[in-house]
Design a protein around this ligand. Sequence first.
Ligand code: ARG
Length: 460
Amino acid sequence: MTSKIWGGRFSAGPSAIMEEINVSVGFDQRLAKQDLNGSRAHCTMLVAQGIVTKEDGDAIQEGLTRIEKEIAGGNFLFKRALEDVHMNIEGRLADLIGAPAGRLHTARSRNDQVATDFRMWVRAAIETLNEEIRKLQSVLIDKAEEHAATIMPGFTHLQAAQPVSFGHHLMAYVEMFGRDRSRLKDARARLNECPLGAGALAGTSFPIDRHLTAEKLNFDRPMANSMDAVSDRDFALDFLAAAAILSTHMSRLAEEMVNWSSAQFGFIRFSDAFSTGSSMMPQKRNPDAAELVRGKTGRVYGALTALLTVMKGLPLTYSKDMQEDKEIVFATFDTLELCLAATSGMVVDMKPNPERMLESAAAGFTTATDLADWLTQALNIPFREAHHITGKVVKLAEGKNCLLSDLPLEDMQQAEPRITKEVFNVLTPAASAASRTSFGGTAPDNVRAQVKAARERFLK
Ligand code: ARG
């Protein structure tokens, strides 16, 4: 009978609601490959240990191979009634080979099975992302090399601060993405222990060989504690945390692209491939892809918060709450792949406007620090005093509404009589940037050296 309270689409009553809330095969079928490999390794071990006969083992392996082909060919029917990917595969194995199928689950629980499958999935996802971040670094490095001597304003507080090389600015992101790769690599190293053989939670009385299954599945070792093995999802949290930081970096670059491509900045232009028009304002070229990379960051942070929240109150060991771990990790991976592709695409596509950048680099008295440094270096004036004199010079230039480099020497000498015409060598944005030769500084020659070093560090 249909319940008045449940009502709606759950017309079949409580069992339909139960299926709806319990079913995971709609999304966990993404674990099919890992599940098949896990089952293969488990079966091999059961035979090696004399727990299952060779004959039954062979039948199981053959059945698993047929299932793999069915899935690859799109001929595998995932059934909601069988709840999850594990029971779908085991159910199909029984259809195909009959009785021996029932021996596969000896000394195994879905609890250690799903933990093993999911670890292998996250491991593969990390490897894929590592490659995609590497590609992004590669296009950034190429762009940086091309624009090592393109001068733009560097900002603090989004106020023009000092001239910098556009290449240097891009190389800052290469470093950030390098650390993202390193964080993912750390996560991979930590996750690479095998839960299989933990059973439901307490281990098993069968004489299994967990070292063998761990080795067959390319794990470094079996997890040491069976209760930990089926309980924790910190490997997924590690992944999501690294993903959140990676998204932050992509979002900041996207934000810069949004700014740079506006008419007010005019630093870069996207081709039609990465801009969209407005339905009302014909003049518009909107950087939608950059905005969406920025916007999608919200989902990734949400995933991290969601899984932390799922886990925080769970007593050991497994609880069904943990089934909530997968969709958000899958979705995060998909989002990252898309955002990485879009970001790489935009980096290749963006066309800088060096004249406009240079002009902007000179505005806002961005070489004032160079003047102060010159006063100290050439005239041996203490920096504090030089800073004060420079303030006066800036005020004079402001009064005349001209650039520092266009202020007549006589005006400068009003502020400090010892200033000579040599000062003009340091007052242009290009000279300013070129003088920043300290390690990690923005001088174009430094940037070229950085590019070379980065290719060694990140692209080899
Ligand atoms: N679909 C389940 C999950 O993703 C598999 C494990 C089920 N275990 C259990 N004891 N019901 O977590």
